[in-house]
Design a protein around this ligand. Structure first.
Ligand SMILES: C[S@@+](CC[C@H](N)C(=O)[O-])C[C@H]1O[C@@H](n2cnc3c(N)ncnc32)[C@H](O)[C@@H]1O
Length: 251
């Protein structure tokens, strides 16, 4: 059997990204974000920034909800896809830990666990501080995260038929149980009449606990609400699951 080819999901393989995420319900995420904003924010504007915006699927939803949208990502290929999907979006090509824009936004998000790309913990701290600076007073920052103690080292698998080919997408975190790094392993298999192609990719991400992130958000100045990671319902975290949505309001 042939070895998988190394590829980068956010560069040479970016054309497969939307297929990879075909089971993510961005309309539901957009509804959730709008409701969370209505409940938690005290600023009245509609300036919105999505950190690690990928191909702009959430930006498109928030644009439809009447927000003026901006997206940040460090991949030119992902931003090109965003520009095609959401031409009105203002785009920033930069790292999560190095964006500027003091007091510009009412709402900032970072979903699909992308906050963990701020690696190591010092970079994640910088990202949180920059989000605080970038918000207007009363604005909110929302992101989802997984507690490192809840990493089960198992893969999620989805399948899709498209363009006369069958795709199998796999992803899963690997955590050694002690460091501040974990690895996201990603694999794509494409099968068609001509044969099988396999790619794989590995991303280093920050392994951290919910309590640690809570503390660094508080240190940055945020007033925090913890929510269940359930985009269908807006409800407070009950403390049992290892996945949360953290919402921080700038006083
Ligand atoms: C899992 S995707 C999520 C995209 C989007 N939020 C979504 O829900 O579809 C992660 C995104 O983060 C971007 N990314 C990874 N590391 C980054 C970093 N250090 N700074 C900025 N963007 C980063 C990737 O290019 C990719 O578009």
């Amino acid at each position: 059997m042939q070895e998988p080819t190394a590829g980068n999901l956010y560069a040479d393989l970016s054309g497969y990204y939307d297929g990879f995420c075909h089971e993510v319900d961005y309309a539901e995420q957009g509804d959730f974000l709008r409701r969370a904003f209505d409940c938690l924010a005290e600023s009245t504007g509609k300036d919105y920034l999505d950190l690690a915006c990928g191909t702009g699927q959430l930006l498109q939803q928030m644009h439809q909800h009447g927000f003026a949208v901006a997206g940040l990502d460090n991949s030119p290929q992902m931003l090109e896809a965003t520009a095609r999907r959401c031409p009105s979006a203002a785009l920033m090509l930069c790292d999560l830990a190095s964006f500027d824009g003091p007091g510009r936004f009412d709402l900032i998000s970072c979903f699909l666990y992308s906050i963990h790309y701020s690696h190591p913990v010092a970079a994640l701290t910088e990202t949180v501080n920059r989000a605080f600076q970038a918000l207007k007073p009363g604005g909110v920052f929302l992101f989802d995260l997984v507690d490192k103690n809840g990493i089960n080292n198992r893969d999620a698998v989805t399948r899709l038929e498209r363009d006369h080919a069958r795709f199998t997408f796999r992803s899963g975190w690997r955590y050694d149980g002690c460091s501040e790094s974990m690895v996201l392993q990603v694999a794509i298999r494409r099968e068609d009449a001509n044969g099988v192609q396999d790619w794989e990719d590995r991303h280093r991400m920050t392994a951290i606990t919910i309590a640690q992130v809570n503390e660094l958000m508080r240190d940055a100045g945020f007033v925090i609400t913890l929510l269940e990671r359930d985009f269908a319902r807006l409800r407070e975290w009950e403390g049992d699951s290892f996945n949360v949505i953290m919402a921080g309001r700038k006083p």
